[in-house]
Design a binder for this molecule. Structure first.
Ligand code: SF4
Ligand code: SF4
Length: 133
């Protein structure tokens, strides 16, 4: 079943914000500007990126994120680097595996996560992000 953009975002918000270190004890986003979170600021591009890929190779999704999302993100430098990513302050990048898990649930696909690596474009993908406020 094709999920709507709103449904996909709701699944990912439920998964990511609940474990994000930027979340406050009140359950709110603790970023000074919550709307600055790249994962949701660019969510239409994130959704488009993952929906544009038909592969069981997770690296294809990582590359699509870099190509379709990072390329239009104001935080990416001309050379493709990203200080926010390097500081592990991008929720999209830091929680990418969980985002993929949500996509897996939505699409019913099973990704071969062992195929991850080497990191695409200097990804900081991990399950333990350290987003500073
Ligand atoms: S930084 Fe992003 S992922 Fe983390 S709580 Fe805020 S909106 Fe959610
Ligand atoms: S990794 Fe950097 S360029 Fe890519 S979405 Fe996150 S903040 Fe933007």
């Amino acid at each position: 079943m094709q999920q709507s953009l709103a449904e996909l975002e709701a699944i990912i918000r439920n998964r990511i914000c609940h474990v994000c270190t930027a979340r406050t004890v009140d359950g709110e986003c603790g970023l000074e500007e919550p709307s600055s979170c790249a994962l949701f600021r660019l969510f239409p591009q994130v959704a488009e990126a993952v929906q544009s890929v038909e592969s069981d190779d997770i690296n294809q999704y990582l590359q699509a994120i870099r190509r379709n999302v990072c390329s239009v993100c104001i935080d990416q430098a001309r050379d493709g680097s990203c200080e926010t990513r390097q500081r592990v302050e991008c929720a999209l990048d830091a929680y990418l595996l969980l985002v993929v898990d949500a996509i897996e649930e939505v699409t019913g696909k099973t990704f071969d996560k062992k195929s991850i690596g080497p990191p695409v474009g200097g990804s900081t993908v991990s399950l333990g992000p350290q987003i500073r406020l």
